[in-house]
Write a protein that binds this ligand. Structure first.
Ligand code: ATR
Length: 272
């Protein structure tokens, strides 16, 4: 079997081995995928050790997504845009760094939730690594508007500036939470607030009737953000679909075939 793994610290609770085992079984590919705990100061060495053992590729999670940029010999456009790498591909031409997080999010919104991004008003909460990773894939779907709101407005402004030309005239802008104006068809929580059971201070009026609210976090219970969005009439969705979709994108990068994600998402949902 061809070997792959996910590097992280901690890594014990990663669902990626189960997801990739399901994709391998479904596609008939002989793939072995394991978890690897890399020491916080030993990521690059862990990658080299895995390559020496015959590894063909790896996923990268917290806290190594920035370091993985440096480990790569070349980056895909979407990894450059994200400034982070979640997928490494070990090829004859060296280590290619890719990022499938944004494509995974967009695939979950468009294909699984059935919500178009094209022509819609999108509000992105947060301007850290998680937010940065999804801006390019969102803009590729040509939203009417993309507002990036963050506690630290300067970070959101820098992110908006980076993608302003790509979005088109007046499409991408930045603001603080208090300055969020109007209603949005899609509101994405890319802040780390849910981790601490906190709510980013988004106004309830930000959710247009029938809006989709998506939290990148997931768990057995809905996050406070999703509870809040729901109370303001939004349709809610957690980050489990994004997780399954970013894995499918990585599988496609490595194996050349995109697996069917629906049965895997359904089965993971049942295990939460
Ligand atoms: P990640 O890689 O998960 O995005 P990060 O780069 O540390 O992590 O970014 C965390 C994001 O969550 C930032 O946008 C942060 O806002 P600031 O830039 O103003 O710090 C946001 N965040 C974290 N806790 C938050 C909270 N309680 N309320 C609102 N935003 C929060």
């Amino acid at each position: 079997a061809d070997r792959y793994c996910v590097f992280g610290n901690p890594i014990a609770h990663s669902k990626s081995p189960d997801i990739h085992a399901a994709y391998a079984a479904q596609t008939g590919h002989a793939v072995q995928y394991e978890k690897r705990l890399a020491p916080v100061d030993g990521f690059a060495a862990a990658v080299q050790a895995f390559i020496a053992e015959g590894g063909r590729g790896a996923n990268v999670t917290v806290p190594f997504k920035l370091e993985a940029v440096k480990v790569a010999n070349a980056l895909t456009i979407r990894a450059q845009a994200a400034g982070a790498v979640n997928t490494l591909h070990f090829t004859d031409d060296g280590i290619i760094g890719d990022n499938t997080d944004g494509a995974g999010l967009v695939a979950d919104i468009v294909n699984n939730a059935g919500v178009q991004i094209s022509g819609r008003r999108v509000l992105l909460l947060g301007a850290g690594g998680a937010a940065r990773g999804v801006v390019l894939p969102i803009l590729e779907h040509r939203p009417a508007q993309l507002v990036i709101a963050n506690r630290t407005v300067a970070t959101a402004q820098a992110l908006a500036d980076q993608f302003a030309a790509l979005g088109g005239e007046g499409v991408v802008s930045a603001c603080g939470y208090a300055d969020i104006n109007g209603a949005f068809d899609l509101v994405i929580n890319a802040t780390a607030a849910s981790l601490g059971a906190e709510l980013p201070p988004v106004p309830g009026t930000a959710f247009a009737p029938g809006a989709l609210a998506l939290d990148m976090m997931y768990g057995k219970e809905p996050t406070v953000f999703l509870e809040f969005a729901s109370s303001h009439g939004a349709v809610v969705r957690d980050g489990l679909g994004m997780l399954v979709e970013q894995a499918a994108e990585a599988f496609a990068v490595w194996r050349g075939v995109h697996p069917d994600t629906a049965p895997v998402l359904q089965s993971l949902r049942g295990q939460l």
